[in-house]
Design a protein around this ligand. Structure first.
Ligand SMILES: [Ca+2]
Length: 535
């Protein structure tokens, strides 16, 4: 009969009390028995653990359905480079910031395609990343904000790639399930960190083992170096998918030492909507009151990050932090040209959300104004299309998964609402979507931005707020691209507004999006100086 823990301790105690020679033989026999028992227990535990792991991995693989193959498709390698909070127009070739130089982004645009109208469906780190990885809207994958946990039933598209024989790797910021950096399904190789991570001397979880770096190791450089090392060591007989997910250029902005101060003294050309909430002019333009209120807050120009910072210096540092990201693109391109399959590999460069630098007196993202929701989106694949293209059709983060699956010769699963952009790269006159939808859910820590739902066409943008006594917004973005005059009360637009609102709610209804997620928040809000100790 198996002895309990206390009985085993008593055995050991009796052994230690016995002293003469004759009893030593007995002691040896008892010790052997105990050791044998321990070995048996160890072996049993080991086999149980192995069985459990096999069953889990069987269940996990089994839960990923097989995707249909695209006829005559040639599976190609894909490198997806994601940055954090990099807005769509802060790239050298756009000319937006005259003193900003991004030679490698420029190279991608010149040899590839620039999607001028690329959007996220929710302008926030975790929800957007989840939409990229699952191909689903935020209210469907349920990671609606930065503190929502991974529900455990999501399929990340690299799981389909693995099933199709790809080798896959993830490097960098994951940011879903904030304090968990352990390897996630879908990746043969994993290097990540908890939450937002840090710029200098990070600790990485590399395939389950935590490694700390020092000597001013810079995160962007480290991730790029490790990604290229993985490319070098990969099995060259199998196709690959590499996800390089930068921490940069998220606040607080810490550039690499070699880039510190390189843009010092440069002036940021302030946007045309910078000043209106300093006076009552915003009322004449019919802007919402929350926009005025946010001006002096964590996410407003007059009290950004609860300090009184010079916007010129902040933008300089943001741009300096972007330089190492640009160099990482250059390193990947150089590697492919020198060592790898260059012409057939697809590279996608994208931001997880946009960023306001003073438009409407705001900083940060979350809201549905253009600079918050538009992201940089560059695609390179010489085999597939001739470079130097600018594509104006609207693409979204939910198109990434279908595109990369199609690049692997796989048809997207039916539950993904996005579309592969491959055809668009070859012919940008094809029929394409005519509107995009948007959702953002109010956050306890940053209560200045309300819940917003919206719809955008090439002509109009409609923003519908929820849970706040304030005005909705309509802009004629074709004629008023800076979103200066809110047309929501103009009589001549009422039919258009009603139609856009109907389309918005049809989308929410048809995608099970009519529930607003509520969170248990028993703590003080971190970004609300007005109510810092309030529950
Ligand atoms: Ca972000």
């Amino acid at each position: 009969m198996r002895k309990g823990g206390n009985q085993k301790c008593n055995d050991a105690l009796q052994i230690s009390l016995k002293g003469d020679f004759g009893e030593r033989t007995t002691i040896k026999i008892i010790l052997r028995k105990i050791i044998m028992k321990k070995r048996i227990y160890f072996l049993i535990s080991f086999f149980v653990a192995c069985l459990f792991i096999s069953i889990s991995s069987y269940t996990q693989n089994k839960s990923v359905p097989h995707l249909k193959q695209i006829l005559n498709a040639h599976p190609r390698n894909v490198i997806f480079i994601l940055t954090d909070d990099h807005r769509y127009d802060f790239m050298g070739f756009t000319g937006k910031i005259p003193w900003l130089h991004t030679p490698n982004m420029d190279r991608l645009a010149k040899e590839g395609a620039w999607f001028k109208n690329a959007f996220v469906t929710t302008s926030l780190c975790s929800p957007s990343r989840a939409s990229i990885l699952t191909g689903q809207y935020s209210h469907v994958h349920t990671i609606v904000d930065n503190s929502a946990p991974e529900p455990g039933n999501l399929i990340y598209f690299p799981q389909y790639l693995q099933q199709a024989g790809y080798q896959t790797a993830f490097f960098g910021k994951w940011h879903m399930g904030s304090e968990d950096d352990s390897p996630r399904p879908g990746f043969d190789h994993w290097e990540s960190f908890k939450g937002q991570g840090v710029y200098y001397n990070p600790a990485l979880n590399i395939n389950g083992k935590r490694i700390s770096y020092n000597d001013s190791t810079y995160i962007t450089d480290l991730l790029a170096k490790d990604a290229i090392q993985w490319l070098n060591k990969r099995n060259k007989n199998k196709p690959f998918f590499l996800f390089l997910s930068h921490k940069a250029v998220h606040a607080e902005f810490y550039p690499a030492q070699r880039h510190r101060g390189m843009y010092a003294g440069n002036k940021y050309p302030l946007p045309s909507t910078y000043y209106q909430t300093l006076s009552d002019e915003y009322k004449k333009l019919n802007w919402p009151e929350w926009v005025k209120q946010q001006r002096y807050s964590w996410h407003g120009v007059d009290y950004m990050y609860h300090g009184h910072y010079d916007i010129n210096e902040m933008v300089q540092r943001y741009c300096e932090t972007l330089m190492a990201v640009d160099e990482s693109i250059g390193a990947v391109l150089d590697y492919l040209k020198k060592e790898g399959p260059d012409q057939s590999t697809m590279i996608i460069y994208m931001g997880d959300n946009g960023f306001s630098w003073g438009e409407h007196g705001l900083i940060d993202k979350r809201h549905f104004y253009e600079e918050s929701v538009k992201v940089p989106f560059l695609v390179y694949c010489p085999d597939l299309f001739k470079g130097g293209k600018t594509i104006t059709k609207m693409v979204q983060n939910i198109d990434v998964a279908p595109t990369i699956l199609a690049s692997a010769g796989l048809q997207k699963p039916d539950y993904m609402p996005g579309k592969s952009i491959i055809q668009l790269l070859q012919d940008d006159t094809i029929q394409w979507r005519e509107k995009i939808f948007y959702e953002y859910y109010w956050e306890y820590d940053f209560p200045m931005t309300p819940t917003v739902f919206g719809v955008r066409t090439d002509k109009y943008k409609y923003m519908h707020y929820q849970g706040i006594w304030d005005t909705n917004e309509l802009y004629d973005i074709e004629n008023d691209p800076d979103e200066t005059t809110n047309l929501i009360t103009k009589l001549e637009y009422q039919e258009t507004i009603k139609q856009l609102a109907a389309e918005l709610f049809s989308w929410l209804q048809s995608t099970n999006g009519m529930q607003i997620p509520l969170k248990k928040t028993l703590r003080h809000p971190s970004g609300d100086y007005r109510h810092p100790t309030q529950y």
